[in-house]
Write a protein that binds this ligand. Structure first.
Ligand code: FES
Length: 175
C-alpha cells in the first residue's frame, strides 16, 4: 500500500502542528502496511534487561504474531529465537523464568540456551538427521540502555547504524 502524503501534513512550525487523522490509527490497510514496512523490518523494543539479568533467565513474547523467546546464555550473551520447536512447531518455552535448557512440551525435544538441539525424541535411527540443522531459529537481538530490542528482518542493519542514519536525516514538509 502507498500511504499518500495527502492523508496528513507535516508542519515544520510547531505552532501550526496538528494531530494525525484518525484513519491512520484505525484503517486495517494502513495497519497492514505498518506491519510490513515498519514492525517486521525495524528494531522494536520487546523487554527490559532485568527480565534476563542472570544466566538462564528468559521471557517469551510476540511481535507481529511471531512467538519469540529471549534468554541469557551461560556465556552471559543475550539471544533471541523464534519460540517454535523445529519438530512440529510446539513452543519450547512458556512464560518467563530461569532454565538450564528448554524442553518442548509436545514431544520433548530439548534445546540449549544457545538454541542448539540437544536431544530429539522420535528421531532415533533416522538416517541423515543432523541435530545441528535443527537449532532454534535465531532473531536479531540487541541490548541498549537496559532495553531488549529485536528485528525480525535478518538483513536489517545493526540497531546503532540504523538509528544513526535516522538521526542524521533531514525532514522536510511536503511540498
Ligand atoms: S513439537 Fe516440539 S518436540 Fe514435537
Amino acid at each position: 500500500m502507498n500511504i499518500s502524503r495527502d492523508l496528513f501534513q507535516v508542519e515544520a512550525e510547531i505552532a501550526r502542528a496538528w494531530t494525525l487523522p484518525a484513519r491512520l490509527y484505525t484503517d486495517a490497510e494502513i495497519f497492514a502496511a505498518e506491519k510490513a514496512k515498519i514492525f517486521s523490518r525495524t528494531w522494536q523494543v520487546v523487554g527490559h534487561a532485568s527480565q534476563v539479568a542472570n544466566c538462564g533467565d528468559y521471557f517469551t513474547t510476540e511481535l507481529m504474531d511471531e512467538p519469540l523467546v529471549f534468554v541469557r546464555g551461560g556465556d552471559g550473551k543475550l539471544r533471541g529465537f523464534y519460540n517454535v520447536c523445529r519438530h512440529r512447531a510446539g513452543p519450547p518455552a512458556e512464560g518467563c523464568g530461569s532454565r538450564k535448557l528448554f524442553r518442548c512440551g509436545y514431544h520433548g525435544w530439548t534445546y540449549g540456551l544457545d538454541g542448539a538441539l540437544i536431544s530429539a525424541t522420535e528421531i532415533e535411527g533416522v538416517e541423515g538427521f543432523h541435530p545441528e540443522d535443527f537449532a532454534l531459529k535465531a532473531v536479531r537481538t540487541e541490548e541498549w540502555f537496559n532495553l531488549v530490542f529485536v528485528n525480525l528482518d535478518p538483513e536489517a542493519r545493526p540497531r546503532g547504524t540504523a538509528w544513526a542514519s535516522c538521526r542524521d536525516r533531514r525532514f522536510h514538509s511536503p511540498t
